[in-house]
Design a protein around this ligand. Structure first.
Ligand code: PMP
Length: 411
């Protein structure tokens, strides 16, 4: 443990993130909005700059030098992403704009092809709007039924209800890995295995998982896994979808255009092979390369060390918050990730967030794109502090002081 802590010194790590050393409202910035987006280490910024400064070219299309360098770096990055989540084949990694697009891709292609009238799609009460609305749209179009697995009061999934809801009509389970609002971590292996025994495919919304946990898609045996680079210290506008080769091969393309074709005539188009079949248009090559550099950076730190340190931070933050009599933590599932939603007495989260911002503390307030989840708890929203490995206990102390100030002003 001592060795790990020694290795994992957040004060040294913070030097990799120039954005963190600024002042906001004359106070040192405390960035606790990591579930919305993470900050980027200099190495990621450099990878992006290096791409545009030195080898920007359209990939896959040119015989010229720059295009070949860019293509090699782009495809190598796809393989880095594959290795990070332990997919079997590089062509099982489809590059998209992020989790939202990845989920929409599956809904529009696999969903349209396979979901029929009367079929059921299962989601959970924890889902982000991105993993609700695409399925709602599909169900509306196909006259299928969207069913929702309830959660328990601590924010954990109601496993008995899940088993009861699974039936012969359940075509797909679309489920988050880590809840962006509560931090709940879903016991996916058990759930995926039960779904598969029922011939139900499983799509995992991994937007919040890659930054906090080791993800191994082969071990999970999920059918699809969606993720976003910007949630895992990479750039915005890039992300991916892992899909099992067989399923991806059977699915129709998502969008039509360049890259996704093999041959085109006015009479007939032959689609390209995987992964290009799903990647119409010029890809975000620079973003993909920078994404891979973020994953390499995380690998260098070690996801186990990150997990251990974030747990220490989460425990500290929880304990400090609970020392205050006015705090209600929403979401206390065992084994949760370092995301804490809370309320301060009857104070509106927006008011609290505004005062905290004046003290340089960035938290998220509102429904966190999980309106049905907020309704489940009978609240409008929460204050959310979502932590990352570059956060420190002293920043948590600043948050606690900030909350005292909020209490002084509003109670
Ligand atoms: N799912 C979850 C659980 C999320 O937290 C988010 C982002 N807040 C998304 C999906 C959507 O991700 P993106 O906006 O990067 O597509």
């Amino acid at each position: 443990m001592e060795k790990q802590l020694q290795l994992f010194d957040p004060m040294i790590i913070r030097k990799d993130f120039p954005v963190l050393s600024q002042k906001v409202n004359n106070q040192p910035l405390v960035y606790f909005d990591n579930a919305a987006t993470t900050q980027k280490p200099q190495i990621v910024v450099d990878a992006l700059t290096n791409y545009y400064q030195n080898y920007n070219a359209n990939v896959h299309r040119g015989v010229h030098h720059l295009s070949q360098v860019a293509t090699a770096a782009f495809e190598e990055s796809r393989d880095t992403i594959r290795r990070y989540i332990n997919a079997a084949y590089t062509h099982e990694i489809i590059l998209t704009r992020g989790s939202t697009e990845s989920i929409n891709l599956v809904a529009s292609t696999w969903g349209r092809q396979n979901v029929k009238e009367g079929d059921e799609i299962l989601i959970t009460e924890l889902e982000h709007h991105s993993n609700i609305v695409p399925w709602q749209m599909l169900c509306e179009e196909k006259k299928a039924r969207l069913r929702v697995i309830p959660i328990n009061d601590d924010g954990s999934l109601n496993i008995d209800a899940f088993h009861n809801l699974l039936n012969s009509k359940t075509k797909l389970l679309a489920i988050t890995h880590v809840s962006n609002s509560l931090g709940t971590v879903i016991p996916l292996k058990e759930i995926i295995s039960a779904a598969h025994s029922n011939n139900t495919l499983v799509l995992v919304d991994g937007a919040q998982a890659l930054s906090h946990l080791k993800v191994d898609v082969i071990d999970l045996d999920c059918d699809f896994y969606a993720f976003s680079a910007h949630k895992v210290y990479g750039p915005m506008g890039i992300g991916g979808l892992y899909g099992k080769e067989k399923l991806l091969n059977e699915m129709p393309p998502y969008q039509g255009g360049g890259e996704m074709i093999s041959t085109v005539s006015f009479e007939k188009t032959v689609y390209n092979e995987l992964p290009f079949k799903f990647e119409a248009g010029t890809p975000n090559a620079g973003g993909t390369i920078a994404f891979a550099s973020a994953l390499n950076y995380l690998k260098g730190l070690g996801i186990d060390a990150i997990e251990a340190y974030e747990k220490e931070l989460l425990d500290y933050a929880t304990q400090r918050l609970l020392e205050k009599s006015n705090i209600r933590i929403v979401g206390t599932a065992p084994g949760k990730a370092a995301i804490i939603s809370f309320l301060i007495d009857k104070i509106h989260p927006y008011d609290a967030g505004t005062i905290l911002d004046q003290m340089g503390i960035a938290v998220r307030t509102g429904n966190h794109c999980t309106q049905p989840l907020m309704q489940r708890f009978g609240i409008q929203g929460t204050i959310r502090a979502s932590l990352a490995f570059y956060n420190t206990k002293s920043e948590i102390d600043s948050l606690i002081n900030g909350i005292s100030k909020v209490e002084e002003l509003f109670l």
